[in-house]
Design a protein around this ligand. Structure first.
Ligand code: ZN
Length: 134
Protein backbone atom coordinates (compact mmCIF):
# COMPACT_ATOMS: atom_id res chain seq x y z
CA UNK A 1 0.00 0.00 0.00
CA UNK A 2 1.16 3.53 -0.78
CA UNK A 3 0.60 5.84 2.17
CA UNK A 4 1.61 9.42 1.64
CA UNK A 5 4.19 11.71 0.13
CA UNK A 6 7.13 11.52 2.53
CA UNK A 7 9.05 14.35 0.92
CA UNK A 8 9.63 16.37 -2.20
CA UNK A 9 13.30 17.01 -2.92
CA UNK A 10 14.46 20.19 -4.60
CA UNK A 11 17.99 20.86 -5.84
CA UNK A 12 19.32 24.32 -5.02
CA UNK A 13 22.59 26.14 -5.62
CA UNK A 14 22.71 27.64 -2.12
CA UNK A 15 20.85 26.25 0.88
CA UNK A 16 20.89 29.51 2.84
CA UNK A 17 19.57 31.45 -0.14
CA UNK A 18 16.82 28.87 -0.69
CA UNK A 19 15.83 29.11 2.99
CA UNK A 20 15.23 32.78 2.28
CA UNK A 21 12.22 31.64 0.27
CA UNK A 22 11.00 28.44 1.97
CA UNK A 23 11.57 29.42 5.60
CA UNK A 24 11.73 33.20 5.77
CA UNK A 25 9.27 34.30 3.08
CA UNK A 26 6.85 31.34 2.94
CA UNK A 27 7.13 30.57 6.65
CA UNK A 28 7.86 26.83 6.78
CA UNK A 29 9.68 25.69 9.93
CA UNK A 30 13.24 24.46 9.47
CA UNK A 31 13.42 21.12 11.28
CA UNK A 32 17.14 20.55 10.74
CA UNK A 33 19.99 20.68 8.28
CA UNK A 34 22.27 17.74 7.74
CA UNK A 35 25.41 16.93 5.82
CA UNK A 36 25.27 13.67 3.96
CA UNK A 37 28.89 12.92 3.06
CA UNK A 38 27.89 9.65 1.36
CA UNK A 39 25.95 11.52 -1.29
CA UNK A 40 28.06 14.68 -1.01
CA UNK A 41 25.07 16.84 -0.31
CA UNK A 42 23.76 19.28 2.34
CA UNK A 43 20.09 18.81 3.13
CA UNK A 44 17.56 21.10 4.83
CA UNK A 45 14.36 19.46 6.11
CA UNK A 46 11.22 21.61 6.24
CA UNK A 47 8.08 19.84 7.49
CA UNK A 48 4.92 20.63 5.55
CA UNK A 49 1.74 18.88 6.72
CA UNK A 50 2.30 15.12 6.69
CA UNK A 51 5.22 15.59 4.33
CA UNK A 52 8.46 17.48 4.07
CA UNK A 53 10.30 19.68 1.65
CA UNK A 54 13.94 18.64 1.36
CA UNK A 55 16.37 21.14 -0.11
CA UNK A 56 19.50 19.53 -1.53
CA UNK A 57 22.66 21.52 -2.09
CA UNK A 58 25.54 19.62 -3.70
CA UNK A 59 28.85 19.85 -1.82
CA UNK A 60 30.85 19.18 -4.98
CA UNK A 61 30.39 19.45 -8.72
CA UNK A 62 31.35 15.77 -9.13
CA UNK A 63 28.55 14.42 -6.94
CA UNK A 64 25.38 13.03 -8.46
CA UNK A 65 23.41 16.09 -7.35
CA UNK A 66 26.24 18.40 -8.48
CA UNK A 67 26.09 16.96 -11.99
CA UNK A 68 22.31 17.19 -11.98
CA UNK A 69 22.50 20.88 -11.01
CA UNK A 70 25.05 21.63 -13.74
CA UNK A 71 22.92 19.88 -16.37
CA UNK A 72 19.38 20.79 -15.41
CA UNK A 73 19.68 23.73 -13.04
CA UNK A 74 17.73 24.24 -9.84
CA UNK A 75 14.34 22.66 -9.46
CA UNK A 76 12.38 19.64 -8.35
CA UNK A 77 14.55 16.54 -8.15
CA UNK A 78 12.27 13.78 -6.93
CA UNK A 79 9.07 12.93 -5.12
CA UNK A 80 9.21 10.30 -2.41
CA UNK A 81 6.22 8.07 -1.63
CA UNK A 82 6.01 5.93 1.46
CA UNK A 83 4.97 2.31 1.10
CA UNK A 84 4.24 -0.46 3.62
CA UNK A 85 6.30 -3.11 1.88
CA UNK A 86 9.02 -1.94 -0.49
CA UNK A 87 9.79 -5.40 -1.85
CA UNK A 88 6.13 -6.04 -2.69
CA UNK A 89 5.97 -2.60 -4.33
CA UNK A 90 9.10 -3.28 -6.41
CA UNK A 91 7.70 -6.67 -7.47
CA UNK A 92 4.41 -5.04 -8.46
CA UNK A 93 6.17 -2.32 -10.46
CA UNK A 94 8.29 -4.88 -12.28
CA UNK A 95 5.17 -6.86 -13.18
CA UNK A 96 3.97 -3.67 -14.83
CA UNK A 97 7.20 -3.35 -16.81
CA UNK A 98 8.45 -0.41 -14.77
CA UNK A 99 12.21 0.16 -14.73
CA UNK A 100 13.88 0.80 -11.39
CA UNK A 101 17.25 2.45 -10.82
CA UNK A 102 17.90 0.01 -8.00
CA UNK A 103 15.97 -3.27 -7.97
CA UNK A 104 17.16 -4.05 -4.45
CA UNK A 105 16.28 -1.57 -1.70
CA UNK A 106 19.15 0.37 -0.13
CA UNK A 107 19.14 1.13 3.60
CA UNK A 108 19.73 4.45 5.34
CA UNK A 109 21.43 4.74 8.73
CA UNK A 110 18.17 5.04 10.64
CA UNK A 111 16.82 1.94 8.90
CA UNK A 112 14.66 3.45 6.17
CA UNK A 113 14.75 1.29 3.06
CA UNK A 114 14.56 3.06 -0.28
CA UNK A 115 14.68 2.57 -4.03
CA UNK A 116 14.31 4.82 -7.07
CA UNK A 117 12.03 4.35 -10.06
CA UNK A 118 13.57 5.44 -13.35
CA UNK A 119 12.00 8.70 -14.57
CA UNK A 120 11.48 7.27 -18.05
CA UNK A 121 9.05 4.77 -16.51
CA UNK A 122 7.33 7.49 -14.46
CA UNK A 123 6.70 10.03 -17.22
CA UNK A 124 9.61 12.30 -16.44
CA UNK A 125 9.50 12.23 -12.64
CA UNK A 126 12.15 10.59 -10.50
CA UNK A 127 10.16 8.67 -7.86
CA UNK A 128 11.69 7.45 -4.62
CA UNK A 129 10.07 4.68 -2.59
CA UNK A 130 10.46 4.67 1.21
CA UNK A 131 9.70 1.95 3.67
CA UNK A 132 10.15 3.36 7.17
CA UNK A 133 11.61 1.17 9.93
CA UNK A 134 8.88 -0.67 11.82
ZN1 ZN B 1 14.51 11.61 -1.17
Amino acid sequence: MVNRINHIAIVVEDLQAALGFWRDALGLPLHKTEENPGEDVNIAFLPLGESEIELLQPMSAESGIGKYLAKKGQGMHHVCVEVDDIEATIARLREHGIELINDTPKVREEGTRYAFVHPKSAHGVLVELYELPK
